[in-house]
Design a protein around this ligand. Sequence first.
Ligand code: ZN
Length: 135
Amino acid sequence: MKIKAQAISHVAFAVLDLERAIRDYSDLFDFDEIERFEVGKEKVKVAMLRLGNSEIELLSPISDEGSVAKFLREKGEGLHHIAIRVPSVQAAIEDAKSQGLRVLDDEPRIGARGAEAAFVHPKSLHGVLLEFYSR
Ligand code: ZN
């Protein structure tokens, strides 16, 4: 089954200093901050910024633990993942598995405002960490 996808939802960057990154994107390009939240389990704080129809997600660790802290230690700041909007994250997980992709989540994770998400391992998609996202 082809994975049903609708659009690029957002592009996410790992950053060391969330405030500074928000300021840079707002000042340099006129991005608007539309949302900010913490994901305690992932030890990360998140800001969503919008420019026109496009959104970027800035990820910054709130402790030395968690995958974003590890990412920054190993790779430094930069592109973290690309999210594709799908009508059903659960269906995308199942379709991706049936296509032989290595999906990191068996069930959707629940994010901010009830958004669902699941990740596909970069080894499955030419080195890019891909997120299925419900928004
Ligand atoms: Zn994301």
